[in-house]
Design a protein around this ligand. Structure first.
Ligand SMILES: CC(C)(COP(=O)(O)OP(=O)(O)OC[C@H]1O[C@@H](n2cnc3c(N)ncnc32)[C@H](O)[C@@H]1OP(=O)(O)O)[C@@H](O)C(=O)NCCC(=O)NCCS
Length: 192
């Protein structure tokens, strides 16, 4: 991958600031990750310690790669609302190595187009500045909200890409995941 900068730049949309994580984000992130509604499609809610560990891993990824899952803040009020961003997929599968795009917002902020707005800006950055050739997204089939975001971004899903998520225990109802992809047409054209 070309043009990766060790500095993670802030990204902005009309309503969102996507930025590095602050100490003050930890407490609202604890509450989000303890909410069964937010965590419906994950094997379990997170303890505060697990939630902090996730922030630490996200920040380490940003330090190393110059991009990651950004803390998302409402520009109008400065409220932390969750995360939107991209990361290298941390396991091996038929579609890796690859960069995935992902999102998790507090439920008070759902259905206002915020995840899509933030993700669109991340994709633009990923394609234009990071020159990624392809970005994927994954979720369980029943997560229609997240799948809708993927569709609104122009990502497509092939049944042949459905896979067993290695971080979910075998036999678990949430183990099977669908995969969405979007290709960077410019990079593909230049390679031809
Ligand atoms: C997935 C998530 C980030 C979406 O955030 P959001 O800001 O509400 O997303 P958007 O508003 O951009 O889009 C949501 C879409 O889902 C649709 N939607 C919401 N509830 C729905 C339902 N029950 N059935 C079908 N569609 C639904 C909305 O109508 C909207 O689509 P539209 O714009 O065509 O009307 C948010 O629901 C969330 O944080 N969920 C919990 C964490 C999670 O599952 N993360 C993804 C893991 S892969």
């Amino acid at each position: 991958m070309a043009n990766v900068t060790p500095e993670t730049p802030k990204l902005q949309t009309p309503r969102l600031l996507l930025r590095r994580w602050h100490k003050q984000d930890r407490e609202p992130f604890h509450r989000m990750n303890a909410d069964p509604h937010v965590m419906e499609f994950f094997p379990a809610c997170l303890t505060p310690q697990e939630s902090d560990g996730l922030i630490d891993r996200i920040e380490a990824h940003m330090e190393r790669h110059g991009f990651g899952f950004y803390a998302a803040e409402l520009r109008e009020t400065g409220e932390f609302i969750g995360f939107v961003g991209m990361a290298w997929t941390p396991f091996e599968a038929h579609f890796t190595p690859c960069v995935e795009i992902g999102w998790r917002l507090g439920s008070a902020y759902w259905n206002r187009g915020l995840a899509t707005e933030g993700a669109r800006e991340c994709l633009r950055h990923g394609f234009e500045a990071l020159e990624l050739a392809e970005v994927v997204a994954m979720t369980v089939g029943a997560n229609v909200r997240s799948r809708r975001v993927m569709e609104k971004l122009g990502m497509t899903c092939r049944p042949a890409d459905t896979f067993e998520h290695p971080h979910v225990p075998a036999g678990h109802v949430l183990r099977q995941h669908v995969l969405y992809r979007i290709v960077n047409e410019r990079v593909v054209r230049e390679k031809e």
